[in-house]
Design a protein around this ligand. Structure first.
Ligand code: SF4
Length: 345
């Protein structure tokens, strides 16, 4: 039974292929006003954390949201999970808009949306053995009728994340595991709930370089075998290029380039994507291209620049870029699904 059926909602009759559809999503936070601002009745200002993004994700697919810190990628994931409420727009899971569901009706659905956090050291309770950690969400969601069934599911989940033989790990505490093993336990804790969608927020950035590829390969295998979608949030374009099917590059709350991962990396059309790619370490020692350092800092999302929001840092900006706000569109001579928000692309 899908999460929607559990909460009494039928999937749309003509259910789309997409597992997740995000449409013109905006998440704005009000800024707290000081005493002076309140006395002077200054209008409340807003942080435009997510400012009108659209993308979709199918079962078995991995989409990477890429960008610098503060670009809005984590807020996007939190909004999809409804940890924060969207200001406007739609988030459709299996065709049903979850932005309209009350927290009570969302509860059964949460099981289908699972988050993998950046820091496995913090996401596991140090007082819990692996067995208790993995069984807890089953108890919360009423899965696994008996202790034996929960035990079997726990062992199965550990085997799926390649902690094998599972009996070797099930009674360990987090401090008895390596960083990579802890992240695998965190993934197993999500898998026992049989999710439709995993949101992986920088899932390897806190791990040793030597174990990162193993954890990413595991996620890659799970989405292929498990028929679930993965939204990976990362600042690392090279990781995204290697594992994701599609890449969406975010800047200041908007997607500025989106398309098949290989094409975005081989033929980037947005100056911001080009700058991000230029600082990725080169594998070929003969490649002498120099990194492109962008001028200035990312603007404050309270005061979003007029026109193209990238224009204060763009190396090829023209006068009209300060006036016209470019929308995503397919540039000439690009493949299907490749879109760029740049007037000069
Ligand atoms: Fe740069 Fe102008 Fe393109 Fe924006 S629209 S990315 S400022 S060239």
């Amino acid at each position: 039974m899908s999460g929607l059926e559990e909460i009494g909602l039928e999937p749309r009759a003509s259910a789309p292929a997409a597992l997740l559809e995000v449409e013109d999503l905006k998440t704005h936070y009000p800024v707290r006003r000081g005493v002076t601002e309140r006395l002077m009745r200054r209008p409340r200002r807003l942080v435009h954390a997510v400012d009108g993004i659209s993308f979709s994700l199918a079962r078995g697919e991995m989409v990477a949201l890429v960008g610098e810190s503060g670009c809005g990628k984590t807020t996007t994931a939190q909004t999809i999970l409804r940890m924060v409420d969207p200001t406007s727009g739609a988030i459709r899971l299996n065709g049903t808009d979850t932005t309209r569901l009350s927290q009570r009706r969302l509860r059964p659905l949460r099981r289908r949306l699972q988050m993998i956090y950046q820091d496995p050291y913090e996401s596991l309770d140090p007082r819990f053995r692996v067995r208790q950690t993995i069984e807890e969400p089953m108890l919360v969601h009423g899965i696994g009728g008996s202790r034996k069934e929960r035990h079997d599911r726990t062992l199965e989940a550990l085997e799926r994340v390649e902690l094998s033989p599972a009996e070797l790990y099930v009674d360990r505490y987090p401090h008895e595991l390596s960083g990579g093993q802890r992240q695998r336990v965190a993934i197993a804790t999500s898998l026992v709930l049989d999710p439709d969608l995993l949101l992986a927020d920088e899932p390897v950035s806190m791990l040793d370089v030597s174990v990162r590829a193993g954890v990413l390969s595991l996620l890659d295998g799970l989405r292929r075998d498990g028929n679930m979608g993965i939204l990976m949030i990362t600042h690392d374009l090279s990781t995204a290029a290697h594992f994701a099917d599609r890449i969406a590059v975010m800047y200041l709350g908007r997607i500025v380039e989106h398309g098949p991962a290989k094409e975005v990396v081989r033929d980037p059309r947005h100056p911001y994507t080009r700058a991000l790619l230029s600082v990725v370490p080169k594998r070929d020692p003969r490649d002498r291209s120099s990194p492109q350092i962008l001028k200035g800092e990312t603007p404050n999302p309270i005061d979003v620049p007029s026109g193209c929001r990238f224009h204060p840092r763009c190396p090829i900006a023209e006068e009209r870029c300060t006036r016209e706000d470019p929308r995503l569109r397919r540039p000439p001579a690009t493949g299907d699904g490749h879109e760029v928000a740049c007037l000069l692309a």
